[in-house]
Design a binder for this molecule. Structure first.
Ligand code: DX5
Ligand code: ZN
Length: 221
């Protein structure tokens, strides 16, 4: 069953609460929280994402899917744990060595949160295979991380397919989440490639009817 994680990065500042409510009633499965530190990527969304998490903790029971696009992974894991997220995902590219990756996995797991590792479009799947037995989810970036509203990079779809094959062959329990440029036009090929969770930001927020878009994104071919 396909799940939808709505990115609230491009939320308009006016009536934020109403929009969050509309997203939840439209049938999304997660709120996707894009935390950017201004170092790993040029934008800085930390304060805005903390504010949104505070709102969501008080008005919604939907799980939070936190996507850390940060250099200092350890301190952002700790600071976002307070919002009791369901998933915390960090970027493999932020790690200097394998020990760090294992440390971050452990820190997230010991707080009973699902662990995700994200890979940028140019990072090869082979680079994360050794960690797959210890994590719950791989976040395959289908755009360069750093902003919403970009076009999906078609060459990343093959990566989803290859990863799905690998996970199946090794009988691993790892979900595949795709993130960036996913909308009613591009979702089909991403689902066919094997993604289990689709992140969509502008694809939902720029539409007239959130529920219609979410239903379409979830539809199995
Ligand atoms: C990009 C973020 C994505 C992005 C998705 O760095 O990780 O989650 O906000 O937004 P859309 O769906 O508009 O590409
Ligand atoms: Zn994201």
């Amino acid at each position: 069953m396909i799940e939808i994680s709505a990115s609230i990065l491009s939320l308009k500042d006016k009536n934020v609460i109403q929009t969050l409510y509309n997203l939840e009633t439209a049938g999304i499965d997660y709120f996707h929280i894009d935390v950017m530190d201004g170092e790993f990527v040029k934008n800085n969304t930390v304060n805005k994402m903390r504010e949104y998490c505070e709102y969501l903790n008080s008005i919604s029971n939907l799980p939070l899917d936190v996507h850390l696009m940060v250099k200092d992974v350890q301190s952002y894991i700790s600071s976002f744990l307070v919002f009791e997220p369901n998933i915390i995902t960090f970027h493999l590219e932020a790690a200097e060595n394998k020990e760090q990756v294992l440390e971050w996995i452990k820190l997230i797991k010991e707080n009973n949160v699902r662990v995700g590792i994200s890979v940028k479009p140019k990072t090869k799947i082979e680079e994360i295979s050794e960690f797959l037995p210890y994590i719950h989810l791989v976040l395959v970036m289908t755009v360069e991380p750093g902003e919403g509203g970009q076009e999906l990079m078609p060459e990343t779809v093959e990566k989803i397919h290859a990863l799905k094959q690998y996970v199946k062959d090794k009988q691993l329990e790892v979900d595949i989440e795709a993130d960036g440029g996913i909308n009613t036009k591009t979702a089909e090929m991403v689902k066919r490639a094997g993604a289990d969770i689709l992140v969509s930001g502008s694809g939902i927020l720029n539409s007239e009817n959130y529920a219609e878009v979410v239903k379409n994104l979830k539809k199995l071919s």
